[in-house]
Ligand binder design. Structure first.
Ligand SMILES: [Mn+2]
Length: 366
């Protein structure tokens, strides 16, 4: 039986081959719009690996980082991340290639802009179910607990050698370990490759820093959003659905936290929380998160079947084992100049989403 413990030498070889002859280039390492610890650590690993080959890499994303723990991660480990908002221009010649880690381009609004600039897609390294949005020169998609374990696999197979006394390496190992811990619910959902990656990182990461990052408290707004999720929840046959209304982009990370919280109720196996997130440019999207403990339920299939596709054929979201997310742009209906209109808009979407999910599990919502 291949437990994945041996690591994937073929993939590493292909990865290194893809990077050959690229000395002097600058790559865009694209994370999802709301990067989580897994994405951040993967992007940083890519940046440090290719630095050894004379390649620069910017860690970029098109949304916001608002989760206290993620902000602590960036500040304590001194990560350099670049937010590119929709009103900022993306320099046409800055990047010679784009790389997608912990996503396949479906959860980044930077994809279209990079494509328009003619930036070739060099690599997709991910652990979500296959999506067909992008074609890359190199693709490594594995069904593993954390994407950080794939990057750790490259490192332990020789993509770079970690040195215990090197502060940058210590920070990177700490970030990767944090990515693995947070993505596998503290190793509960970890697979052999995740345990192996954790063991390989252990001699290099900083325990005290890890504890400090993990013990961040929730913001007041975050607590309020959890309260709303609790009040508005509707539970049917183990499925818990809750809409939390309008949110600022800076509070968007509270949605998955609220879903995590709703999942702790004893009769609930699957929780879905969603709200209307207003971006700084006034554009609105329905943003939602799904969490499940039901092993028979595939979040990816459930979201794709429940919500369907956009007019251009793309899915509104997807997922991996035990978690998923979706984004529905409101387009023409964006903007809430009028309180009554805003209320009607929310009620309409709230009812529609509940109906879609409940009817896809064979229950009539009310
Ligand atoms: Mn991930």
């Amino acid at each position: 039986m291949n437990t994945g413990c041996e690591g994937d030498r073929d993939k590493l070889e292909q990865f290194v081959k893809m990077l050959e002859g690229r000395k002097g280039e600058r790559h865009a390492v694209v994370m999802q719009d709301f990067p989580d610890p897994d994405a951040l650590s993967c992007a940083w690993a890519y940046r440090q690996i290719v630095a050894g080959m004379g390649i620069e890499a910017d860690m970029i994303y098109g949304g916001r980082i608002s989760h206290q723990e993620n902000l602590a991660l960036i500040n304590l480990l001194k990560m350099e991340v670049i937010a590119i908002t929709s009103d900022q221009s993306l320099d046409k010649d800055r990047y010679q290639g784009s790389v997608f880690v912990d996503n396949q381009g479906t959860t980044s609004n930077l994809v279209d802009r990079l494509e328009k600039n003619g930036v070739p897609v060099l690599a997709i390294i991910d652990h979500h179910a296959h999506q067909d949005r992008l074609q890359a020169l190199f693709t490594d998609i594995r069904s593993v607990g954390a994407c950080a374990s794939i990057l750790t696999d490259y490192i332990s197979l020789g993509a770079m050698s970690l040195v215990a006394s090197n502060l940058q390496h210590k920070y990177l190992a700490t970030a990767l370990m944090h990515g693995i811990i947070s993505e596998t619910s503290s190793m509960i959902k970890a697979q052999p490759i995740d345990f192996l990656a954790a063991a390989r990182l252990q001699p290099f990461y900083d325990n005290d820093l890890l504890v400090e990052i993990l013990h961040q408290q929730r913001s007041h707004r975050g607590m309020e959003i959890i309260r709303m999720a609790l009040e508005n929840r509707e539970i049917r046959e183990g499925f818990c659905l809750s809409g939390v209304g309008y949110l600022r982009a800076s509070d968007r990370d509270s949605i998955p936290q609220a879903a995590d919280f709703l999942l702790t109720e004893e009769t609930v196996h699957t929780a879905i929380v969603f709200g209307i997130v207003t971006h700084s440019n006034g554009e609105e999207v329905i943003s939602g998160s799904l969490r499940t403990t039901k092993s028979a339920l595939s979040p990816d299939t459930f979201i794709k079947e429940g919500l369907g596709r956009t007019t251009t054929g793309a899915f509104y979201g997807g997922g991996k084992a035990s978690a998923g997310g979706f984004e529905i742009p409101l387009g023409f209906l964006s903007g809430s100049e009028d309180e009554d209109l805003a209320k009607i808009k929310w009620e309409t979407y709230n009812a529609k989403i509940r109906k879609k999910f409940f009817s896809s599990i064979g229950i009539e919502g009310h």
